[in-house]
Design a protein around this ligand. Structure first.
Ligand code: OFO
Length: 183
């Protein structure tokens, strides 16, 4: 009898696929939220913060797309999420970066949850794929935390806010250094 060649159609469990799709939604939300923050900053004259956030919005879209390709390549179906509930105005620049930090902490929690799930079901390929996100979150959290700290270190009086806006532009370099991606 001719031997059957078994070609499994998928290497993801339905549960893992659902978790990764939820993560797509989170990354899409990050991208939309940062775009909205960038626009608000631009209207208020916080030009450096605005550029920083526009760039970050793009990066979040890239995080989302990586997940799209991974899910589809593994035989699942990546779903374009509905994005709603995006905040359009802020009381202050400090509030913008407080929101970024709060959001990034949530994203880290979510990534860790999926990593834990993948380990428990021995999906080592997805576990491995997610290590990039684990390290990326370390960098993103550091960046957001540093941004929030600037408000206390410099103070918002007088030219303080102008200086904070300038310093935001240098944060990328700081975060890359502290996560070891540059020397
Ligand atoms: Fe995708 O790292 Fe922020 O949210």
């Amino acid at each position: 009898m001719k031997q059957q060649i078994v070609t499994p159609k998928r290497s993801l469990t339905k549960e893992t696929e659902a978790l990764l799709n939820k993560q797509i939604e989170m990354e899409g939300k990050s991208s939309a939220a940062y775009l909205s923050m960038a626009s608000w900053c631009e209207t208020k004259g916080y030009d450096t913060s605005s550029q920083f956030l526009y760039k970050h919005s793009e990066e979040e879209r890239m995080h989302m797309l990586k997940l799209f390709h991974y899910i589809n390549a593994a035989g699942g179906h990546a779903i374009q999420p509905e994005i709603s509930g995006i905040k359009h105005s802020f009381k202050s620049l400090r509030e913008v970066f407080n929101d970024v930090l709060t959001h990034e902490l949530e994203v880290t929690k979510s990534i860790n949850h999926i990593v834990d799930h993948c380990f428990s079901i021995k999906d080592f390929a997805t576990f491995n794929f997610l290590q990039w996100y684990v390290m990326e979150q370390r960098e993103e959290e550091t960046l957001a935390r540093r941004a929030v700290e600037l408000f206390d270190i410099i103070g918002e009086e007088g030219v303080g806010l102008w200086m904070i806006d300038q310093e935001i532009g240098k944060l990328e370099m700081y975060a890359a250094k502290s996560s070891g991606t540059t020397t």
